[in-house]
Design a protein around this ligand. Structure first.
Ligand code: SAM
Length: 283
């Protein structure tokens, strides 16, 4: 039996245990703080971490907190075709398919795509059109032009050099139709960098069950630790993007209008949002 995202919102979370992809463990070597490399993401989204990622992001809670924010942004611009560039385990791809958008689901991690494909079948019987592609060579591996590209779930943070960030934005720009829109979200690293490591904040997902906590922060690295109810721990090494820096890069690559939202609201500033969402129009 298949479940839709609506079923999840009603509380039918179900179990995906039989779909688990069991591959190698995360590998950070002897000095994890020296791992500051764009290519390393494929060794971070592996094995048990991919299996647990759905627990971490909790589709039901996410469905409720996002509401129709992204759908509204896309509909307001008459979008019909969407490239989900950072599919992960497929949450947004499934959501977009349910809402009737023609969607292609890309990711550089085959393990993530395998999980996304099985989630598509489970949540609504959708056959995801998955493409294994690294953003830096997107135009080589994904064909066609899209009305919108989404890169969500704090994914852009995996790029460790400015060259890779510019290359990725240029690839996204080139794959958009003339009036296309790019939506990228990011964690609010400004607040983490500015308030310092000593005031580190624990971010809870999935109720209080799964926590994400900064393990090390400096100007070039945000290493987060994810702890699950069974006490297992996983890490991600990310680049701490400042909000205005990302906006500047988008402008410099050619996007004409960039609106930045905080935690899905148009006004932010009174209370610090945990996430920013950049909506960038090509024309
Ligand atoms: N969008 C999903 C979500 O919100 O649940 C997944 C987010 S996950 C934090 C980041 C995803 O970006 C991973 O699936 C990872 O494989 C992918 N990724 C990171 N760097 C990439 C790159 N250079 N090219 C393609 N995919 C990449």
């Amino acid at each position: 039996m298949t479940k839709s995202v609506d079923d999840l919102a009603r509380g039918d979370q179900g179990s995906n245990d039989q779909d688990s992809v069991h591959l190698e463990e995360q590998a950070f070597g002897d000095n994890p703080l020296e791992v500051r490399d764009t290519d390393h993401y494929t060794q971070e989204y592996v094995g048990g971490f991919v299996d647990k990622w759905d627990d971490l992001i909790d589709w039901k809670a996410r469905y409720e907190s996002e509401g129709t924010f992204f759908i509204d942004q896309l509909r307001a611009r008459g979008v019909k075709t969407v490239l989900d560039a950072a599919t992960g385990t497929g949450f947004h791809s499934v959501r977009l398919l349910e809402e009737g958008f023609e969607t292609v689901s890309a990711d550089g991690s085959p393990q993530m795509l395998a999980k996304a494909f099985s989630n598509g079948l489970e949540y609504g019987g959708h056959i995801l059109r998955v493409v294994n592609a690294d953003w830096r060579w997107l135009n080589r591996d994904v064909h066609g032009e899209y009305d919108a590209i989404i890169c969500l779930g704090n994914s852009f943070t995996h790029l460790f050099s400015e060259r890779d960030r510019r290359k990725t934005l240029a690839e996204f720009y080139a794959m958009l139709k003339h009036d296309g829109v790019l939506i990228i979200d990011q964690r609010n690293y400004d607040s983490i960098l500015d308030t310092g490591f000593s005031s580190k904040h624990t971010y809870y997902y999935a109720g209080e069950d799964v926590s994400a906590e900064p393990d090390h922060i400096d100007d070039g690295l945000a290493r987060f630790k994810y702890t699950f109810p069974d006490k297992s721990e996983f890490f991600l090494n990310m680049y701490p993007l400042r909000k205005d820096y990302v906006r500047r890069l988008m402008r410099e690559v050619g996007f004409q209008r960039i609106d930045t939202y905080g935690d899905f609201q148009e006004t932010y500033g009174d209370t610090e949002p945990d996430f920013f969402i950049h909506v960038a129009e090509k024309n």
